[in-house]
Design a protein around this ligand. Structure first.
Ligand code: ATP
Ligand code: MG
Length: 409
């Protein structure tokens, strides 16, 4: 681990007068709309002035595209600056003409930290995007650009400028292979808000989620579609992801909660016989430990013969569910695949599965039921006691007999 030596002259610091909170001038910070309703929602209702937001994501996921569109919209009402260290002004211009509406965005191709800070202090734009924080370089710090020391130094200097000069700043950060921003999550505690941009670069849909937010709820999620004209928000992802083909084996719909937002989502599963001593449990978009637990509960408490089978689970649209309320949907998809029996038509299931095979109520069940109703799902399968659920079950065994197609008439 590299170390920075704090540059503080000790001893001669004067004491400062204190304030009561009541004396603090609190201009109820007017949030800055970014022009992308979905981005605003993830930020908790717009960008807070003078805040520092870290946007992380894998290469090519669309970070630069998203933030340039936002700058374009912001530039209609206040000054918007793009500091690009990664692409030349010409490259940015090409993207801007594809997106449109970016004529008023100011641009600076610069990687020297001192120059960037000095420019921000002098120009004081309302919003600034730094693409990316890893390209910023300070000669005062000995190590190479992109190193932990450099990145940390850059972020803390930018933070100071953002707060003192009132510049709301987006920092673009590359995500390393293990999924953390700029090495050992060095920036996450420093910034006000951490947004993760996820999704397959070969897939049209991208998912933006807040993993930290000082001014709003975390785990808020937004879906965007990458088009030739940039990223377009998908306001109703449930309608897009929450559908199965009637009669399809191995597919189930669950209603999961992402932040404050219920989301209907299709889960698919394949169960195939295997000779492997350690059968595979492969999940895309589900937590592997949770998946192993669900498979074990299905084997032990619902009598499914999964001990000699590979189990694959896939969540639609590249969404990642890490919330126990989705357990029942995952279990239903696996059971459908294992028994070769479709899930009842127009059914959505949610609820947490306990190790004993008993179902536990999911949090905010009313909102989930409401979302199902909105999307025209007629049968909601949920743990006993869930208000509004048409099918209620105490145990996983009972849930499977209600949820699988046998008695759908
Ligand atoms: N003409 C186009 N039509 C549709 N999609 C495009 C077009 N041009 C680029 N894209 C999409 O934009 C993506 C690149 O977006 P962008 O450069 O914003 O990503 P990034 O996250 O900033 O990447 P990096 O980490 O390399 O800077 C490509 O993967 C591609 O999917
Ligand atoms: Mg980029």
């Amino acid at each position: 681990m590299e170390e920075i030596v704090p540059d503080r002259r000790s001893g001669a610091a004067p004491a400062r007068p204190l304030l009561r909170l009541v004396e603090v001038e609190a201009e109820e910070s007017d949030r800055i709309p970014t022009g992308l309703a979905e981005l605003d929602r993830v930020l908790g209702g717009g960008l807070v002035p003078a805040s520092l937001v870290l946007v992380g994501g894998e290469p090519g996921v669309g970070k630069s595209t998203l933030l340039l569109s936002a700058l374009g919209a912001i530039s209609q009402t206040r000054r918007a600056l793009l500091v690009t260290g990664e692409e030349s002004s010409v490259q940015v211009k090409l993207r801007a003409s594809r997106l449109g509406g970016c004529d008023a965005v100011e641009i600076m191709a610069e990687t020297e930290l001192e120059t960037v800070c000095a420019t921000l202090e002098r120009e004081r734009p309302g919003v600034c995007v730094i693409d990316s924080v890893q390209t910023l370089y300070s000669a005062e710090v000995g190590s190479a650009p992109g190193s932990v020391t450099q990145v940390r130094e850059a972020a803390s200097r930018i933070l100071r400028v953002a707060k003192e000069s009132g510049v709301a700043t987006f920092l673009v950060g590359h995500v390393t292979k293990d999924g953390t921003v700029a090495g050992p999550r060095v920036l996450e505690h420093l910034v006000d808000c951490v947004l993760q941009f996820e999704g397959d670069r070969y897939h049209a849909h991208r998912i933006l989620r807040a993993t930290k937010n000082r001014f709003g709820s975390t785990n808020e999620l937004a879906v965007f579609e990458m088009t030739g004209a940039g990223l377009v928000g998908v306001p109703d992802p449930s309608a897009l992801f929450g559908k199965t083909e009637p009669g399809e084996i191995g597919a189930a719909v669950t209603c999961t909660l992402e932040g404050t937002r219920p989301l209907l989502i299709e889960i698919q599963s394949l169960v195939a016989p295997t000779d492997l001593a350690m059968p595979r449990r492969v999940g895309t978009g589900v937590d592997p430990k949770r998946l192993a637990m669900i498979v074990a509960v299905l084997t032990r408490h619902a009598g499914l013969p999964l001990g000699t089978a590979d189990v694959f689970v896939n969540v639609a649209g590249g969404v990642r569910i890490d919330e126990p309320g989705a357990d029942l949907g995952v279990a239903l998809a696996i059971a459908s695949a294992a028994r070769g029996m479709p899930v009842r038509d127009e059914l959505a299931a949610f609820g947490e599965i306990g190790l004993t095979g008993r179902l536990r109520p999911a949090t905010q069940a009313a909102r989930r039921v409401e979302e199902c109703r909105k999307l025209g799902v007629t049968a909601v399968l949920a743990p006993t006691g869930t208000v509004g659920a048409r099918l209620e079950a105490d145990s996983i065994r009972q849930a499977l007999s209600l949820g699988l197609g046998e008695s759908s008439a």
